[in-house]
Design a protein around this ligand. Structure first.
Ligand code: FE2
Length: 426
């Protein structure tokens, strides 16, 4: 007797007609024609079962705050940072908790099973840290929330940021963050990378820095991050988020830089929606896209995961917790349009990001946690194309969200099918 069986699923590797049986929160069996009984049975009708979406870069302390205390008029990164500075002193721990819980509810229904959220530590009261530690505990039955201590105003530029970042880690925040390109000088930026990596090494923690989120081709803190990762033996535990300056760097320099990042085992987290929105703002025409060199990083063997970064906050007015929107944008901006490349973009919002976050027992395979999402699509590329409906979301073997198959009835004539039913080749 199983807790849950999903019948007639298609898996992300293309296997079809598969049944998935879950027991005690784990995937107990995965094969065709499981005949045992279960408390709950779902007919997948041949649709795609994927491991949950993973968002490796988010700001949950700011999400859903759009318009408070005012809108970002210019729509720029710097006005967003200024606006966040206006919001921080007037928001309460309770405000942040309420917004974050609303967001987690939406995210879980969209099939997101894990989120890495940065939390601002440039606040002597650490309201965001208090709030998100509470939220991390409250949402653990629907998603994994991993927190990054993020000194938004610069760990050296802000007088109490270093002390507050250490306090945040002592309170239980998981990962060390930073923002070297926002420090006052290049020298201070490099120094901040060194100090924060040492802080992580001493505590056995991972590192995830906002790194070179700039159009300045001379913003090269990723080079220092790779160096410190190697020096301190942090390989596989460090990520550089954004890395947008790499878009504008000299090609000869990049030909040296990318192998160094690969050698250091540093992961990359571009944030396609936000990068295409915020970069290139000082350009006339042609305008730079500002997304980092995704294809080249991937081809060098670097693990690349796409993050969403923002939803309805001081930096970005849009968003709906849909990692397929993120994959869709990353695909377009990176011109990742071959079948192999599009398929890989789905991995960038699932398994690659799970690897970056260090998630254990992730995947749709026997012995893994019974966490998955049933998508109204036949394969990964179709899921991105349609930003497919989430028909069911399963967490530790429990169905936490359901919605009906969407059908279209406008064209009922012989041979006419809706886009969802057209059985297009992917
Ligand atoms: Fe960010």
């Amino acid at each position: 007797m199983f807790d849950l069986i999903v019948k007639n699923a298609t898996l992300t590797d293309g296997q079809s007609g598969v049944d998935i049986a879950c027991k005690d929160g784990k995937i107990a069996s995965i094969e065709a024609g499981i005949s045992a009984e279960a408390s709950t049975v779902i007919d997948a009708e041949g649709y795609l079962v994927s491991p949950p979406f993973v968002d490796p870069h988010f700001h949950m302390d700011a999400t859903l705050s759009l318009g408070t205390p005012r809108m970002n008029v210019s729509g720029t990164l710097l006005e967003g940072i200024a606006l966040w500075g206006e919001l921080k002193p007037i928001q309460s721990v309770e405000d942040i908790v309420a917004r974050a819980l609303r967001y987690c509810d939406l995210a879980a229904a969209k099939g997101i099973g894990a989120i890495r959220s940065h939390v601002d530590t440039c606040d002597d009261e650490l309201k965001g840290v208090q709030a998100l530690l509470e939220v991390r505990e409250k949402v653990k039955d629907v998603l994994d929330l991993q927190l990054v201590a993020f000194p938004q105003d610069g760990v050296l530029r802000d007088l109490t940021a270093m002390e507050n970042t250490v306090r945040a880690l002592e309170m239980g925040v998981d990962v060390v963050g930073g923002i070297p390109h926002f420090e006052r000088t290049m020298t201070d930026g490099a120094k901040s990378v060194r100090l924060l990596c040492e802080m992580a090494a001493e505590r056995g923690l991972m590192v995830d820095m906002h790194c070179d989120e700039s159009d300045d081709p001379h913003s090269r803190h990723i080079e220092t991050l790779a160096y410190e990762t190697q020096r301190l033996g942090l390989q596989g535990r460090v990520a550089g988020s954004h890395l947008t300056s790499m878009h504008s760097m000299d090609n000869y320099y990049v030909s040296k830089l990318i192998p160094l990042i690969a050698e250091a085992g540093v992961h990359a987290i571009p944030n396609p929606l936000i990068n295409i929105m915020l970069q290139g703002r000082h350009d006339s025409y042609p305008k730079r896209r500002g997304q980092t060199r995704v294809r080249e990083l991937r081809d060098a063997g670097i693990t690349v995961g796409f993050g969403s970064d923002c939803v309805m906050d001081p930096w970005y007015s849009l968003g709906k917790a849909d990692m397929l929107d993120v994959a869709f944008m990353g695909l377009h901006v990176g011109q990742l349009s071959s079948r192999v490349d599009m398929d890989w973009c789905f991995d960038a919002v699932t398994q690659n990001s799970a690897q970056i976050m260090g998630l254990a027992d992730y995947g749709v395979a026997k012995g893994c946690d019974a966490n998955f999402v049933l998508l109204q699509a036949q394969n990964k590329i179709e899921a991105i194309r349609l930003r497919a409906h989430r028909l069911a979301v399963v967490r530790r073997g429990v169905v936490i969200s359901r919605s009906p198959v969407v059908t279209h009835t406008l064209f009922k004539g012989e041979g006419s099918k809706s886009l969802n039913e057209a059985r297009l080749d992917g």
